[in-house]
Design a protein around this ligand. Structure first.
Ligand SMILES: C[S@@+](CC[C@H](N)C(=O)[O-])C[C@H]1O[C@@H](n2cnc3c(N)ncnc32)[C@H](O)[C@@H]1O
Length: 281
């Protein structure tokens, strides 16, 4: 279909609008199907473990327990023993909490909080005068996280439902720190997610996130909703990832850690690395 400009009326003729509508509907359907699959796969993890290998730091079949997989990415055994065991799913790709420097009284938000691992660790740092708020779009994850909060008797945590690239259910300029572990790669529009982070952070607030990047991005036509949950098919190059953070308004951006993911093995010809990034509003 061609784009035809109508010089008499100074606008485009019908085929142009039709093309836009079709492209919009196709994108809308692809995005919704990917999001539905993410929700299905992460719901399944809550019930029967990570049998689909979503965001696994070791080789999926290696049989690493969620705790062993979590230690591999930088968490400390003693810290893990201090939180409810069922909050540890082994689906992160770094330990952003180690770089967040959380202090008593602060409000911290974890994007894609899963069963609550980083929220429970953060709650111990911000103490009762602070607050740790987890955001997730998957109902079963929220249910499990809230159950874990009750078991651990946490009084300074809260879990809210929300899509982080659409609308984080928090006010503008309301939080001191945002953390996230291996979640932004799952979003369709990374810049939108970072804009949401920028919106909720107070001035001088910090974002500390871990995520996966690749040396070669997957062409849009090859996107497969079934594979997206593995955290590597939606990964961007480092250059594009940092560009999305800049486009959201962040200025001071620092790479705190960078390491090869899955022992440096290529996945379908693509090299995957994990990053911990800090950015200040
Ligand atoms: C790889 S898991 C990480 C969970 C947790 N951060 C951890 O380390 O255990 C990804 C989580 O992000 C959630 N998620 C994915 N996309 C999301 C979105 N657009 N908005 C909110 N949550 C999302 C999933 O439901 C899932 O719980």
């Amino acid at each position: 279909m061609s784009f035809r400009y109508n010089p008499t009326h100074g606008n485009y003729t019908e085929p142009f609008y039709l093309t836009i509508l079709i492209v919009y509907l196709v994108n809308y359907n692809v995005e919704n199907s990917i999001k539905d699959d993410i929700k299905k796969k992460y719901s399944k993890i809550v019930v029967s473990g990570n049998t689909d290998c979503c965001c696994m730091p070791g080789e999926c079949e290696s049989g690493d327990s969620p705790i062993d997989a979590t230690k591999l990415i930088g968490y400390n055994q003693k810290d893990l023993e201090s939180i409810p065991e069922e909050a540890i799913l082994g689906v992160g790709c770094g330990a952003p909490i180690n770089h967040a420097n959380l202090k008593e009284g602060e409000t911290v938000v974890d994007l894609g909080s899963g069963a609550g691992i980083d929220i429970f660790l953060a709650a111990k740092k911000v103490l009762d005068s602070g607050k740790a708020i987890g955001i997730d779009m998957t109902d079963q994850m929220l249910e499990k996280a809230r159950e874990n909060a009750l078991k651990g008797n946490y009084s300074n945590v809260e879990f809210k439902k929300g899509d982080i690239e659409d609308n984080i259910p928090l006010n503008h300029n309301s939080v001191d720190a945002v953390i996230s572990n291996c979640v932004i790669n799952l979003t369709m529009n990374k810049t939108n997610a970072f804009k949401e982070v920028f919106r909720i952070l107070r001035k001088n607030g910090r974002m500390v996130i871990s995520d996966l990047i690749t040396d070669v991005e997957l062409p849009p036509g090859e996107i497969n909703s079934d594979q997206w949950c593995e955290c590597i098919y939606g990964a961007l190059t480092k250059e594009n990832y940092l560009l999305c953070i800049k486009q959201a308004g962040f200025e001071k951006i620092e790479i705190m850690e960078e390491r090869a993911y899955m022992d440096g093995e290529k996945v379908n010809g693509r090299k995957i690395s994990s990053l911990v990034i800090k950015a200040i509003k």
